[in-house]
Design a protein around this ligand. Sequence first.
Ligand code: BG6
Length: 475
Amino acid sequence: MPFSEGFLWGGATAANQCEGGYDEGGRGLANVDVIPHGPDRGPAMRGDGTPLSCDDAHYYPSHEAIDLYHRYREDIALLAEMGFKVYRMSIAWTRIFPGGDEEEPNEAGLAFYEDVFRCCRDHGIEPLVTITHFDLPVHLIEEYGGWRSRELIGFYQRLARTLFTRYKGLVRYWLTFNEINMILHLPFMGAGLVFAEGEDREQAQYLAAHNELVASAWATKIAHEVDPGNKVGCMLAAGSYYPYSCNPADVRDAQLKNQENYFFVDVQARGHYPAYALKKFERDGIDVGMTAEDERVLAENPVDFVSFSYYSSRCTAAEPPEGAEMTGNAFHGVKNPYLAASQWGWAIDPLGLRITMNDLWDRYQKPLFIVENGLGARDVVEADGSIDDDYRIDYLRAHIEAMRDAVTEDGVELLGYTTWGPIDLVSASTGEMSKRYGFVYVDRDDAGEGTLERRRKKSFWWYKKVIESNGEDLD
Ligand code: BG6
């Protein structure tokens, strides 16, 4: 058996990309609700003049998403049918504290998630809960400027304590911040940063990052106090940077780009700022406002495990050679000439998963958890209603093989594997529905039209078999 007994196979979603019901059950307005579909999405995610309210001229996909808010019983039953051992999902902060800074939580929101967790448990599924997956109450942006403000550390502590206390015995695995390093790329998503004209963006981004890192350490401490059985992980948007060539300048460039991302996990897993970051702050005049108490809480509360998303590797050159194609998503770089790409231009690199796993394991020596992996692709519904997504099966098979090799041949310790979007959901980067990751098809298009009917794809039966055989049968 390549994987241990109890290996956690499953899938992952995020509240804002699947729940909908954005103004139901006392939920407040969140940053993710004011990010529209269409050409204004990019600047909104980056915090370039993002409006903090909605208007009639735009379509906001989070408002209804795939309506999991009303259909979670049906959806969790589908995941259970595939044999899921774990379901990674996130809490919408605004369901629990609608404005973020209230003294008392919203009971309707707490009851909703309690029911979701009970439903998972009834199916023998372990919930893995992300406390914040890119979401933040709009009120905390308007009143405090988002994660720039230290006051958010206290509000986050209250949120975390409320969750750990209420769901004690129901939830044991927690992630503090989804893809915490995204703050450097899409600072409005998650951190709620909207930049003033002429503002030093880097200073604001690292200040917000520091506040999140300290909040994450506090949450880890509280989780262990409330229930010593709780396991808390950090979460990185991973994928190692390769140098475009063996020119040392390219190798150094890749090293620097990797450090930019590892910085977050270096703090969360080791409990202190790495020297290269402190030197950078000194050089660039960045002040994160570190206090003696911050230092102590970081040092005393490293995470229990390191989780990450992996879709592709990255590639960089100190001086991109003439004619080299550049890639345009959140992580800018040179197109790797050795790799094919998805319909959205994301490089497909299964071996890169093994490389990334080894990089992270060597660096931290903490158990890893792959909490996102998958292929965003356009699916076609055939005349008979079937969806033959062999391309998705091929992508996942190759990545599971690479993951298996990292475990069996390299000795990497791995807790589990959750594919991204086991049921089709809204794309975070584009707001589209047509960028599908699921084993379950959802009848809804990019404009929000469709019946929302669920339908099993070919990959549904394939993944069921993978789980049943604990990763042995990948055919
Ligand atoms: C990760 C996020 O960045 O990648 C998810 O944690 C996101 O929220 C996923 O959906 C895939 O990206 P996209 O843009 O294809 O939805």
